[in-house]
Design a protein around this ligand. Structure first.
Ligand SMILES: Cc1cc2nc3c(=O)[nH]c(=O)nc-3n(C[C@H](O)[C@H](O)[C@H](O)COP(=O)(O)OP(=O)(O)OC[C@H]3O[C@@H](n4cnc5c(N)ncnc54)[C@H](O)[C@@H]3O)c2cc1C
Length: 286
């Protein structure tokens, strides 16, 4: 019987030789849909498709909205030496540009710089572009750029799922992580949500995961529970994350000033409540 990857009957095209890609893109020289020679077609009690933003399995899913470019790209870097942030961490917003920083445990600093741009823009020298855009921003941003080797700076276009999926489950196949809910990184939650997915799936499956011949009806119930527990929360966080990006990249100086004023006037307890909604999560009982 012919199968597409991740058929509801639990069949999948397996590619054991595949190398990881930075954002889930097909490995160079491979056609992810057809699979390179050496792939095999096998059946399983359960297929967990955690194949990222450009999920091959999701492409065969009913209602797959595809992915879309968020309108901005992010450079990321890590300094090669400690830089004193005087206890600071966070993000500065400009006009359609943002710069964020976070200290690492050894004193070095992880930073990201986000700017509105066309998805396919070609930049000869990425570090020169970062310096030209952010080098005159407030301290310690120039010092962070100074402390980062140019060959350690990378830029990624920010993509997300173009809309919510109607289900994360199809028969015995289940989507997990970016395959299910690829989101913008504005809340730093894509990886976190993937881990929550994994925790919930583990709890939902319970002892079935160790069963040599699990009852398909019980597997179906476990997957329905996974879908019910994970889809509302992960899709809500994806929406919130998109909104943060839209606020961060509003067009024009005047609108940016209004935005800054609104943020200044937002009570801290409202912000704390939002953060708690995102970060305060407990796995379900078994
Ligand atoms: C700029 C940026 C900053 C981010 N910052 C944060 C952050 O601070 N915090 C956070 O939690 N998240 C962050 N994220 C999001 C996070 O990186 C992703 O949400 C997370 O990596 C998703 O994990 P995943 O396992 O679902 O997918 P991936 O990490 O993409 O893993 C999918 C894997 O599947 C493999 N694969 C794909 N197709 C096939 C195939 N056909 N056969 C075999 N293997 C295949 C890929 O090679 C890859 O190894 C950020 C993302 C970006 C772009």
């Amino acid at each position: 019987m012919p199968h597409c990857p991740g058929d509801p009957d639990g069949s999948v095209v397996v590619d054991p030789g595949r190398e990881p890609e930075a954002d889930g893109a097909p490995a160079p020289g491979q056609d992810a849909e057809a699979g390179p020679s050496g792939t095999s077609d096998e059946s399983f009690d359960l297929v967990v498709a955690a194949d990222g933003l450009r999920s091959t399995v999701r492409r065969s899913w009913p209602g797959d909205p595809g992915i879309r470019y968020a309108g901005y790209s992010a450079w990321r870097g890590i300094t090669d030496r400690p830089v004193d942030l005087h206890g600071e961490a966070g993000e500065t917003w400009g006009i359609r540009q943002r710069f964020g920083l976070a200290p690492l445990s050894d004193g070095r600093v992880y930073w990201f710089a986000v700017a509105t741009m066309a998805q396919d823009v070609r930049i000869e020298d990425e570090m020169a572009a970062v310096r030209a855009t952010f080098g005159h921003w407030h301290a310690p941003i120039p010092a962070l750029l100074e402390a980062t080797p140019a060959d350690r700076v990378h830029r990624l276009p920010i993509n997300e799922l173009a809309g919510p999926l109607p289900s994360y489950v199809r028969g015995r196949t289940v989507l997990l992580g970016d395959a299910a809910h690829a989101m913008t990184p504005n809340l730093g939650q894509g990886g976190g949500q993937a881990m929550e997915d994994a925790a919930v799936l583990t709890v939902a499956l319970g002892g079935l995961a160790r069963d040599d011949a699990p009852d398909p009806v019980q597997v179906g119930s476990a997957l329905a529970r996974y879908d019910a527990l994970r889809r509302p929360r992960s899709q809500r966080i994806a929406r919130m994350s998109r909104l943060v990006g839209q606020m961060g990249h509003v067009r024009g100086a005047a609108v940016s000033r209004v935005r800054d004023q609104v943020l200044r006037l937002t009570p801290e307890r409202a912000l704390v409540r939002q953060i708690r909604q995102v970060q305060g999560w407990e796995p379900p009982a078994g």
